[in-house]
Design a protein around this ligand. Structure first.
Ligand code: IPE
Ligand code: IPE
Ligand code: MG
Ligand code: MG
Ligand code: MG
Length: 303
């Protein structure tokens, strides 16, 4: 399977899993409509693909082949992470936050459903991600200690010490002067943490030894930071049409890598992070080819 086919097949599987899960929920139809609207608006599914790729890499570090079907538990893990990510985007776009009107190629959730339903659709996606992660049937083959570690990893990275904390620091830094270390800290929390948790939880699900989990931690945090640096660069160099979302960092006085370092230095930094990430994959040999290619894709992408 080549890289493009790999991305497509994993995305299709994750989408099918989320579709089936959301169709099984007993909830007010407006709420479900709002949840599905943002989930299926056309995201790249990068985090679930990373979780599944890390799982597969850890399962087969001795062979360069990848399976054509992902295991149910890895799909559930990916689906839960994508639900949390989508919730973070719905809330990130709200008038009280970045106040954006365009996301994933469509009007933002609150533009269509109003602020109250958008907030609640985000709340529901976050909460129900943990229902997916705690489903006994899906995770029946995984020992409880490992399942707990995964849930705790995902909760930690998306909560106050991770994504939510980073979002608060991001909002509070608008229009202020901050140094490079403070900027790095914001990006590590708001974006890198959940990306790191995606690959780390994939490794935990595969039953990896601690040294392999640590290698995934380094890989994940480097590509996670590189991902937000690339996002900041695209906010300056890309168009609303190409990106499928509003470009509003400058107008909101956001603290970004291009703002503090300039575009060229920000690009060099992202490339350096990708090299460090690839180096961390050394213990996995050839079986990490998807993760290596994903690291490059993260900084070379156009959307
Ligand atoms: C956008 O994430 C938000 C950031 C963390 C920068 P993505 O670029 O992964 O967005 P989708 O999921 O593809 O829409
Ligand atoms: C948001 O970063 C990261 C999240 C945790 C959602 P941005 O505010 O830069 O994301 P975009 O550019 O709106 O996608
Ligand atoms: Mg934001
Ligand atoms: Mg934003
Ligand atoms: Mg951005």
């Amino acid at each position: 399977m080549d890289f493009k086919e790999y991305l497509k097949s994993r995305k299709t599987e994750v989408d099918a899993f989320i579709e089936e899960y959301l169709s099984s929920i007993d909830a007010p139809s407006k709420l479900l409509e709002a949840m599905k609207y943002s989930v299926f608006a056309g995201g790249k599914r990068l985090r679930p693909i990373l979780a599944i790729a890390a799982y597969e890499t850890c399962c087969s570090s001795n062979s360069s082949s990848t399976t054509s079907d992902s295991d149910e538990a890895a799909l559930a893990l990916g689906a839960a992470i994508e639900m949390i990510h989508t919730y973070s985007l719905i809330h990130d776009d709200l008038p009280a936050m970045d106040d954006d009107d365009f996301r994933r190629g469509s009007p933002t959730n609150h533009k269509v459903f109003g602020d109250a339903v958008a907030i609640l659709a985000g709340d529901a996606l976050l909460t129900q991600a943990f229902e997916v992660l705690s489903d006994d049937k899906t995770f029946s083959g995984i020992e409880p200690g490992r399942r707990n570690k995964i849930i705790s990893e995902i909760a930690y990275s998306s909560g106050s010490s991770g994504m939510v904390g980073g979002q608060v620091a991001d909002i509070l830094s608008e229009g202020k002067s901050i140094d490079r270390q403070a900027l790095k800290d914001i990006h590590l929390r708001k974006t890198s943490a959940l990306i790191r948790a995606s690959v780390v939880s994939g490794a935990i699900l595969a039953g990896s030894a601690n040294d392999k989990i640590s290698a995934m931690e380094i890989y994940g945090s480097r590509i996670g930071l590189a991902f937000q640096v690339a996002d900041d660069i695209l906010d300056v160099t890309g168009t609303r049409e190409e990106l499928g979302k509003s470009t509003s960092d400058i107008t909101r006085g956001k603290k970004t890598y291009p703002a503090l370092y300039g575009i060229d230095e920000a690009r060099c930094l992202a490339d350096r992070l990708v090299t460090e990430a690839a180096d961390a994959l050394e213990p996995f040999g050839e079986s990490a080819w998807v993760l290596r290619t994903l690291a490059k894709y993260i900084v070379d992408r156009k959307n």
